[in-house]
Design a protein around this ligand. Sequence first.
Ligand SMILES: [Zn+2]
Length: 313
Amino acid sequence: MADFSYIKREFDPTLGRITTKWILELPGAGCQWFKKTGGCTMCGFSQATQKYTLGGRLWPHWFFMVLFYYAYWLVRKSHPEVLVIYNGGSFLCDKEIPAKTQLAIIKFARRHHLIQKVMVETRAEFVSEKKLTLYRDALGDSKYLEIAIGLESADDYIRNTILGKGMSRQIFERAIAICKEPGVLTFAYVFLKPEGLTEEEAIEDAVATIRYCHGLGVNEVALSCAFVQEGTSLCQSYRKGNFQPPKLWSVIKVVESTGLLMSVAIGGFSDEPPPIAVPSNCPDCNQVVMAAIQTYRENHQLSAFDGLQCDCK
Ligand SMILES: [Zn+2]
């Protein structure tokens, strides 16, 4: 199977069970925020988007559609129920994915007899009432559109000064409020362990951020656990010995503290380009704790973490 179109079996809180997800990575023209400012300090996606777009150009609509149907052809026999689209930026931004392509994909999902939910990622400023209404109508009443936004931290200093996100809480809250329509769900990424925070502070910040999301009525959150990719400013700190990705214990602590409040997913520890350092514990318990995290990813049951012990805890 191609690495830009593949199937993942994962728990889905909307459907309340393990589902077959079609993960589609589209070569969007790249994050506008990156192009303007150099991007967020932990993000390495721009390297992939630059690579697949000859330096950040916007491919024409027909090219995306050829790619899309080929991508679907690759996974069609797996009977996907949820379509998850990643484009290393904002799907809703017409400069990154042509508006015609966005709508054509939504319409495809409407016609598909099994797909029940489409998830796209976007920066909050690209969420508009007009676009949302258009897409919700195109998708039909029986299917869900999920809008995923990187909040990272509810703390302004951490989000904007440390992570370089360039997003006010008002912009995020406005986007979440616009998404409160029937058939539209919201999803927020919460970052675990920004640079300069101790393990304990990072846990506290992630827990506070998830509580903030819950308070706003966000439907789901996913914990993005820091990993280090080449070419990011986080990587420079890591090489100087100033940064380590979080312990797996910290990941579990955050999920245990908030998992009863709302649906908390644990994001993957790998991406493109492949990380040079990922969240981990000690060599004695890495394997068994990673297995527990994988079990949790599949069923969202906190009992996956029962009985885990190690001297490094
Ligand atoms: Zn250990």
